[in-house]
Design a binder for this molecule. Structure first.
Ligand SMILES: NC(=O)c1ccc[n+]([C@@H]2O[C@H](COP(=O)([O-])OP(=O)(O)OC[C@H]3O[C@@H](n4cnc5c(N)ncnc54)[C@H](OP(=O)(O)O)[C@@H]3O)[C@@H](O)[C@H]2O)c1
Length: 342
């Protein structure tokens, strides 16, 4: 009997988007406690790009299939699987492996996913939105009316902060390039252009009493510059991925030094991939909240492009231009066709 095959996008060499190549694998039966899932949607995010270039303290070993998160439909289950059955829609947070027509999930990786949600619209909730949600509500514990600064406000995580910050009734300031200011204003944030404005002066003028929270995904000297803008008791959450092991150690040392200052302000690091393996429960709770908010129409992920799953190279190239607002999504071709027809 001929073995069925499925396609993945593999990185076998570090470097530009052209290194994302289509490869074929055998479609095997799932093992015990494993589900085979047909991928319906996966996000193209900056961490995928960083992994491909080998940027970061722990880049994946070559060869690897990028793709942080997926939404899909269970195609077959191995013995002992109780969390899902064929036909169920599920989601997963994988870190690598999502740019594929099929993924094999251990039962413990399966995240329940509401059948009524559009996979392409919901897939940003699994990384960018859960990051923003946990930083807002678990790290900074924001309250109505809090004044916050979002550094890197126009990207995948940034627009998740804007959407969830609007829902939480925050007074938001966002740093982004001028051409992307419209989206910040749409969510009710005051945009600041980091190329032509000094954000420190702008915030000092607008909020002389200080900010309640700052969310930084960009690193560099943003932490030192933004920290003094906090009021006493304010918190800065740093979630940008460090570019190397040295960068990670430097960021941790900076956090420690700032936290030792006797001014009541705090810096907190946040890393979804670092936290998830130790405690999955808050993630399952928060994904359920986010899925419900999307079902109720209370949040609206910004998706500026949908590409067929195997067009990952084109989507990655677009992300690398720096022109993208919000999220890019790779979608199973039949889902794209159905949407185009309907
Ligand atoms: N800790 C976690 O759990 C976690 C989770 C997800 C992502 N991350 C990290 O968070 C960071 C952002 O990821 P993302 O997926 O949101 O990236 P993204 O979608 O590519 O967005 C990054 C944004 O940064 C802006 N930017 C670039 N240079 C800037 C500068 N000097 N000052 C201000 N903004 C600047 C860009 O837009 P402009 O045109 O406006 O400059 C872009 O919109 C990355 O380091 C990523 O690895 C961490």
């Amino acid at each position: 009997m001929r073995t069925m095959k499925y396609k993945c996008i593999v990185v076998s060499k570090r470097g530009p988007p052209e290194n994302l190549q289509i490869a074929e694998f055998d479609l095997r039966e799932p093992s015990a406690k494993e589900a085979r899932v047909k991928v319906l949607a996966t996000c193209v995010c900056l961490p995928d790009v960083q992994a491909r270039y080998g940027i970061g303290p722990f880049p994946p070993k070559l060869p690897f299939v990028p793709g942080y998160t997926v939404v899909g439909v269970v195609d077959a289950v191995g013995p002992g699987v109780t969390q899902a059955a064929p036909g169920d829609k599920v989601a997963a947070y994988l870190i690598i492996g999502g740019y594929a027509e099929y993924v094999y999930l251990r039962e413990t990786q399966i995240v329940p996913f509401p059948a009524s949600l559009n996979p392409a619209e919901a897939v940003p909730l699994l990384l960018n939105y859960v990051t923003a949600y946990q930083i807002l509500h678990r790290s900074a514990k924001v309250k109505v009316g809090h004044k916050v600064l979002i550094i890197g406000a126009s990207g995948g995580c940034g627009t998740a902060f804007l959407d969830l910050g609007r829902l939480a009734n925050l007074r938001m300031y966002g740093i982004a390039s001028k051409s992307k200011h419209a989206i910040l204003a749409e969510f009710g944030a005051t945009p600041i252009d980091y190329r032509t404005e000094n954000f420190v002066e702008v915030i000092r003028r607008a909020e002389p009493g200080g900010l309640d929270a700052v969310f930084d995904g960009m690193g560099g000297d943003y932490v030192e510059r933004a920290f003094p803008l906090l009021r006493r008791g304010g918190v800065l959450v740093e979630y940008g991925n460090p570019l190397s092991m040295r960068g990670l150690l430097r960021a941790l040392a900076k956090t420690l030094a700032l936290d030792l200052l006797p001014n009541g302000r705090t810096v907190k690091p946040y890393g979804a991939s670092a936290f998830l393996p130790f405690n999955r429960k808050p993630f399952l709770e928060d994904w359920a909240v986010l899925f419900r908010l999307l079902q109720e129409g209370k949040i609206r992920p910004v998706i500026s492009g949908e590409f067929p799953l195997l067009d990952a190279a084109r989507a990655n190239a677009l992300l690398e231009t720096g022109q993208v607002v919000g999220n890019l999504v790779l979608v199973a071709p039949e889902l794209l066709e159905a949407r185009q027809m309907g």
